[in-house]
Design a protein around this ligand. Structure first.
Ligand code: NAI
Length: 362
């Protein structure tokens, strides 16, 4: 069944959804701005071969709302958005990104954008030809986005282990890392250096061999990646991987990784909780790149990767402690806490409007 877009927007508080088409490049895309009550909306551009428009629309809505939650819990003066491109063979990629650069520039700083799946340095360079409001992949940009994510993911794992056992103690831990891309390989590298035993699965065989040889870690066949007994299962590949079929295969104590939208549906967070597996919510643990990028765009400062790690670890620890005190699934608590902060932002932006015209340029 198709998405009833206005119903979905009013139910979940979206501000704006824009459909974009460019005749010249054949670009087709959706922008969703979920919430700007705490500040301008941040979100990368995902370029993906979607099955149909409906799937793309669902993805952009889900991802943009998660960005708002991520920004709120990281205490950034920022909101959430996302742009998805429906990738097709007839798309002129460079021209399409230039078109998007012009579009983002016209929004005047209400929306800042950057990398995501399908948008790397080449695509960002086309965007930054046309707009000030996109991440510069070169030395003038924030840099170290994936490193910031990695530091947060490891700190989030440590917060979970501290809560369970009162100590991190990496040398006696086993971690399964799913996906050895930028984030997964970075997480594996840090854990190996800390003395943990790391097992990893990667679909791209060449990449898997290269990372495994470099880090001396043990490779798993991707068809068995959910099965090993371990302390932490770290999803660092795609979203939607925890569902009825995979959940029952897990033999871990903690799920904590960099991927966005790990749970196929919210109820799968409840299922993990019922099975006694501690889930560190994705939008809490993978906020590192957003913190680094948004802080740079909003203040010009490059917050250090270590400081970002500590910040993510502290928030993850708070959410997990609250969840433990209430005996509730951490994903539910994280959503509640994020919504509380967003509501407070809405109240204060309403108060600002009541005070007469204001000069904040969003
Ligand atoms: P990437 O594209 O560099 O790496 C993902 C890797 O996962 C690829 O090498 C792919 O072959 C592999 N893969 C896909 N499905 C797999 C499976 N079932 N089993 C094993 N390997 C599989 O992406 P990156 O940048 O490392 O990001 C990973 C995840 O983290 C994505 O979901 C991304 O949205 C999310 N994320 C990344 C951030 C960043 O700073 N790069 C920030 C926040 C979230």
């Amino acid at each position: 069944m198709g998405v009833h877009i206005l119903d979905a927007m009013s139910r979940e508080g979206f501000e704006e959804v824009v459909a974009l088409h460019d005749r010249r490049s054949n670009l087709r895309a959706f922008l969703a701005v979920h919430d700007t009550s705490r500040g301008p909306a941040f979100g990368g551009i995902r370029r993906w071969t979607y099955y149909d428009e409906d799937q793309a629309l669902r993805d952009v809505l889900r991802l943009s709302r998660a960005m708002t939650y991520k920004a709120a819990l990281a205490e950034l003066d920022a909101g959430g958005a996302k742009l998805v491109i429906l990738d097709r063979p007839d798309l002129d990629v460079d021209e399409g990104y230039r078109f998007l650069g012009d579009f983002v520039e016209r929004l005047g700083g209400r929306f800042y954008t950057g990398p995501d799946v399908g948008t790397g340095a080449t695509e960002l360079a086309c965007l930054t030809e046309r707009t000030r409001f996109a991440t510069d992949p070169g030395p003038n940009g924030p840099g170290k986005l994936a490193e910031a994510t990695v530091a947060g993911v490891v700190a989030g794992m440590e917060a979970a282990l501290e809560l369970l056992d009162g100590a991190v103690d990496w040398p006696r831990r086993t971690v399964v890392v799913q996906g050895l891309g930028e984030v997964g390989a970075g997480v594996a590298r840090r854990l190996v250096a800390a003395g943990a035993k790391v097992l990893a699965a990667e679909l791209d065989a060449e990449r898997a061999e290269a990372v495994a040889a470099d880090l001396e870690l043990e490779l798993l066949d991707p068809s068995c990646e959910y099965d090993p007994t371990c302390d932490v299962f770290a999803p660092c590949a795609l979203g939607g991987i925890l569902h009825d079929l995979t959940l029952t295969r897990l033999h871990c104590r903690v799920v904590a990784g960099g991927a966005n939208n790990v749970l196929a549906r919210p109820l799968h967070g409840d299922r993990l909780h019922e099975r006694g597996i501690l889930y560190v919510p994705d939008f809490v643990i993978n906020a590192g790149a957003l913190i680094r990028g948004a802080t740079f765009h909003l203040t010009g400062a490059r917050e250090s990767v270590d400081s970002i790690g500590r910040r993510v670890g502290r928030v993850a620890g708070e959410i997990l402690r609250l969840a433990a005190e209430e005996g509730a699934p951490p994903a539910r608590i994280a959503v509640r806490e994020a919504e509380r902060r967003i509501d407070a932002g809405r109240d204060s932006s309403r108060d600002a409007h009541r005070g007469g015209p204001h000069l904040i340029d969003r």
